[in-house]
Ligand binder design. Structure first.
Ligand code: 73E
Length: 823
């Protein structure tokens, strides 16, 4: 045994004694604290460092294996990775929960408290970023050699607090206490050029002379999959100046301007999604996108060339997935690197680029489809604009040769019509060999709407890969009562192969099992009751139905429809308090974009209605309304296991997929929802009788958009709707400012773009059916068990297998092999 192996062995955890020894060692020699005087933050740091050590050997072995076997690698480029806390999941993935808990108890520290003290890495907005995090977990679980590439934002998504019912935003400083998972890689650094001009040499070669060059510095976080056998890397880039201080200026006493370049460079990785409504904001956003895309491509090309000398084989060994259009500049940047740095022709470079890249579209909403003005784009990335024009020419030739009648202006990447701009969705589409939507419906709508022309030009490029969620975090780790029950009943295969959870379906008919399933839910609800009490001071009963809508605040997601139903219900209860009401707690959680006034007003409305309802003695436990501030991954982990009803009520055709819908169904909540996004497929799998579907279909909505929709007539024809809107509009919930919600009522009356009024009646009807269903405890539980049993297909492991097979051309082990284990 050589010295290196000896060190390795002494770090491996076998039992609680090992954990204790390692934690103490970390406390002393890494954190620099005497255990006697350590505070919770020190214990947390020491534990993370000790657990991180457990990953390192597997991490290095994974890398070595990828090199030795010359495996194809997958690179997932994403502006967002909403990874949340890592400690608990890593401990569980490694099977270390029992010894760690025991060790900490013996050391006099509280395991759960330490877990809670880890900051929530909020490097994302919502579904798109969380999907990226679930996919990292699944790629590790399936042993696919992969890197996630993104930005190491100094400040992640803002922290939300609620003051007098209004949203307030504060910066999220998750890095202040140090991110103990990461390894800084000072040696991995790339130049990122910006601006300047392109000069063509007499030989006809284009040479870019940038006006400014900054640096991208790498920070690596190891990501373990189930059982920790394979460990991948999340590599995040931080912006650094090429030169920290301008000494000349400094020596002249110009201290602030001496730091200007440093501030400019560091700004690139300062904040997730700065406001992009101003010119300055737009410029910064474009720089962010280019910054991390360029660094990632330079890095992966360096890795490829370190063990291959033929660049033309790149697509055989590298697959790059673009998570929405945010990294779409990769099309032009990969071409630039292949042409300008590696000397390929434009034609060959384009072919390699297209074979290597693929693009996931996450939304069809016009305002989210990125488009940069030519003026801005040309000033920040002049060389890329030339390359894009070249691609556009090729593409136009294909379009002209096609025997179809196409409006050529509509298919161009560079839009020459209104306002002139670069359409990033088009660029990503044309530069990729596969383009996927995130649910079956969404992929269909892509073909029918925004990408209709491109689909006809490049048929069979579009496919649907329905999203999925990791069962490790979203059941096994966040819902111990249910996970324990499942393991006891059907074993633990489902953790590494979620479709195996189907085995629990027959137990829906077993009264004793139903009792235990209900008990697990009740335990989770009691935990949430305590949290609601301590965070917002509202007492709710765990026997009431927990009706949950947790997601970003957006008009298309229709939190407004939900709170309007609450108002209708409130009035109905007041009119007849003695009737047989099904008690409900409506729980909301979600952040509104800081500049999105309507979404912020809806938060205020929810809180104003909550104030009236919760303090009304006539209502009591029949209805309670709770808005939990600062919804994030960790809050989701506590709300989801406690939910009875899952609100997935977006305007049909507008939610591309949704992933909260999957998590909630998996944890035994019934869905009330529209036929939108992945709800359609959830309905197919759980069975129409085990889900509450209502409202317009995507087709109905599309027809109304053409024929016109008269919300005034609908309001006038529905007494309840009229009463609800009159109350909201006249200040019943805002007596101190009666006109506060006028804008909401006006919007619904004259321009109800999201069809809230159209779906109101159907939604109320369905909610009353839900009420009746909930009263039949046995049948309700039976249906919730069938939901849990039948949504196994919505595993991120399945989604990643689909990507691997249909897009990346990468092999994956069977579910059986995953469960049988082996290195
Ligand atoms: O339906 C969700 C989907 O489940 C969709 O709205 C979301 O992506 C989820 C994962 O596929 C999404 N986020 C964004 N677009 N779609 C987005 C757009 C711009 C900035 C940030 C996020």
């Amino acid at each position: 045994m050589n010295a290196a192996t000896a060190v390795t062995l002494s770090r491996r955890i076998e039992d609680a004694e090992d954990v204790k020894r390692l934690i103490i060692e970390k406390l002393k020699y890494a954190v620099g604290k005497d255990p006697e005087h350590s505070v919770r933050q020190d214990w947390s740091a020491a534990l993370i460092l000790a657990v991180r050590d457990q990953l390192v050997d597997h991490w290095m072995a994974s890398t070595r294996r990828a090199y030795e076997q010359d495996q194809k690698r997958v690179y997932y480029l994403s502006m967002e990775f909403l990874i949340g806390r890592l400690l608990k999941d890593t401990i569980i993935n490694l099977g270390l929960e029992a010894p760690v808990r025991e060790a900490l108890t013996e050391l006099g520290a509280d395991y759960d408290e330490i877990l809670r003290s880890e900051p929530d890495a909020a490097l994302g907005n919502g579904g798109l970023g969380r999907l990226a995090a679930c996919f990292l977990d699944s790629m590790s679980t399936l042993g696919i050699p992969a890197h996630g590439y993104g930005i190491r934002y100094e400040n992640g998504l803002f922290r939300q607090s609620i003051h007098d019912g209004w949203q307030a935003e504060e910066p999220e400083d998750w890095l202040v206490t140090g991110h103990n998972w990461e390894f800084e890689r000072p040696e991995v650094i790339y130049n990122i050029p910006f601006g300047g001009e392109v000069i063509t040499t007499p030989e006809g070669k284009a040479v870019w002379h940038p006006a400014e060059v900054m640096l991208a510095a790498a920070y690596d976080t190891p990501i373990a999959g189930w059982r920790g056998r394979h460990v991948n890397t999340l590599r995040l880039w931080a912006g650094k100046p090429a030169k920290r201080v301008d000494l000349d200026r400094f020596n002249r006493g110009e201290y602030l301007s001496a730091m200007e370049a440093a501030v400019r460079a560091e700004t690139v990785s300062r904040i997730l999604y700065p406001d992009d409504t101003t010119e300055e904001g737009k410029n910064l956003r474009l720089r962010q996108e280019f910054f991390f895309t360029s660094a990632s491509l330079q890095d992966l090309l360096r890795r490829y060339l370190s063990s291959h000398d033929d660049i033309s084989k790149l697509p055989e060994k590298v697959a790059i997935q673009l998570n929405d259009t945010h990294p779409a500049i990769a099309v032009a940047e990969l071409m630039r690197l292949l042409v300008d740095t590696h000397g390929l022709s434009m034609e060959v470079a384009f072919q390699l680029t297209r074979e290597t890249l693929s693009y996931t579209n996450h939304t069809l909403m016009p305002e989210a489809l990125e488009r940069w003005s030519l003026q801005l784009f040309g000033s920040v990335l002049p060389r890329h604009l030339d390359i894009i024009r070249w691609i556009d020419e090729q593409h136009l030739r294909t379009a002209a040769a096609a025997k179809r009648t196409l409006d050529l202006e509509r298919v161009r990447i560079v839009d020459h019509t209104n306002g002139q701009g670069v359409r990033m969705g088009h660029l990503a589409f044309v530069g990729s060999h596969r383009v996927n939507g995130v649910s079956a419906l969404h992929a269909d709508l892509m073909k029918q709407t925004v990408f209709q022309d491109l689909d006809s030009l490049y048929p069979s490029r579009i496919l649907g890969v329905t999203n999925g969620v990791t069962p490790r975090r979203w059941l096994h780790s966040c819902n111990k009562p249910l996970s324990d029950l499942l393991i006891e009943t059907i074993g633990e295969d489902w953790i590494g192969d979620l479709e195996a959870i189907e085995a629990v379906a027959p137990y829906a008919e077993d009264a004793a099992f139903r009792e235990r399933f209900r008990a697990a839910k009740h335990e989770n609800k009691c935990r949430l009751v305590a949290e609601i009490q301590s965070r917002v001071g509202i007492h709710v009963s765990p026997d009431a139905m927990f009706d949950v809508q947790i997601k970003r605040m957006h008009e298309y997601k229709r939190q407004l429809l939900n709170i309007m139903e609450a108002v209708a219900q409130y009035f109905a209860i007041r009119n007849d308090p003695a009737a047989d009401w099904t008690p409900r707690v409506k729980i909301f959680g979600g952040k509104a974009a800081p500049g999105y006034e309507m979404a912020k007003l809806i938060i205020k409305l929810i809180n104003d209605v909550a104030r009236a309802v919760n303090s009304d003695p006539v209502i009591g436990d029949r209805l309670k309304i709770v808005f939990l501030p600062n919804y994030n991954v960790s809050t989701a982990e506590r709300i989801i296991p406690a939910a009875d009803l899952s609100e997935q009520i977006s305007t049909a055709g507008m939610e591309a997929s949704g992933t909260g819908n999957m998590k909630l169904a998996l944890n035994g909540a019934l869905t009330i929802g529209t036929l939108d996004g992945a709800n359609v497929e959830i309905c197919d799998r759980v069975g129409r009788e085990n889900i509450h579907i209502f409202g317009l279909t995507a087709e109905d909505v599309a027809n109304y958009r053409i024929s016109g929709y008269d919300s005034r007539a609908v309001i006038d024809g529905n007494e309840t709707l009229k009463t609800v809107l009159d109350a909201i509009g006249s200040g019943v919930f805002s007596p101190e400012d009666p006109n506060r919600f006028r804008a909401i009522v006006d919007r619904l009356s004259y321009d109800d773009y999201f069809f809230v009024t159209a779906d109101f009646a159907a939604y109320l009807d369905e909610q009353r059916k839900v009420d009746r269903a909930f009263m039949d405890k046995e049948d309700w539980t039976r249906r919730t068990i069938l939901n849990t049993a039948r949504v196994g297909w919505f595993s991120a492991d399945r989604a990643i297998r689909d990507y691997a097979r249909e897009i990346w051309n990468v092999e994956t082990p069977s579910a059986k092999e995953i469960n049988q284990g082996g290195e």
